[in-house]
Design a protein. Structure first.
Length: 161
């Protein structure tokens, strides 16, 4: 009972007014639900990019949540860019709510911030997709989609040159 009284006191100070009378179970339930919402924003996605061929240019990775924006880097939910380093490297997206996402990553060797294509269709720079999807034609969100869960999700993406 003392814990409930202290919770009501703390909540009153936080919101600046008296907490209305409610059953103790209801107060505890509200606190638990609120803490769950705070934790949801703390999810992180750790990506290991494998097989980077050299240390020229940058490595770019874009995070997407739907088919309409997938592969359109300027419409990505988030984009990370780091200097390229031969071998494997890690990228981290922080503060993600749990949900369904897809990643497209590429080795931007000429640092022009876009995946260069031959004939507008065939990548000339190393690239990779979440789930290491092999594609014939434009990749689809559904084939690359995966779930981010709390507190951390880890995936590997192999770059293809």
């Amino acid at each position: 009972m003392r814990i409930i009284t202290k919770l009501k006191t703390v909540l009153s100070k936080l919101i600046g007014r008296q907490v209305p009378r409610m059953p103790n179970f209801g107060l505890l339930l509200c606190c638990l639900l609120a803490s769950g919402q705070l934790q949801a924003a703390e999810s992180r996605l750790v990506i290991t990019l494998q097989g980077i061929s050299n240390d020229v240019g940058n490595i770019r990775a874009s995070l997407y949540q739907d088919q309409e924006t997938f592969r359109k880097e300027n419409k990505a939910l988030k984009t990370l860019s780091i200097p390229a380093a031969k071998g494997d490297t890690k990228l981290v997206f922080n503060g993600l709510p749990p949900g369904r996402y897809a990643i497209m990553a590429y080795h931007d060797e000429n640092s022009d911030e876009k995946l260069n294509l031959r004939f507008g269709m065939f990548p000339v720079e190393g690239y990779g997709l979440s789930n290491n999807t092999k594609v014939m034609g434009p990749p689809k969100f559904v084939d690359s989609a995966f779930d981010v869960v709390e507190p951390e999700t880890t995936i590997d993406i192999r770059l293809t040159y």
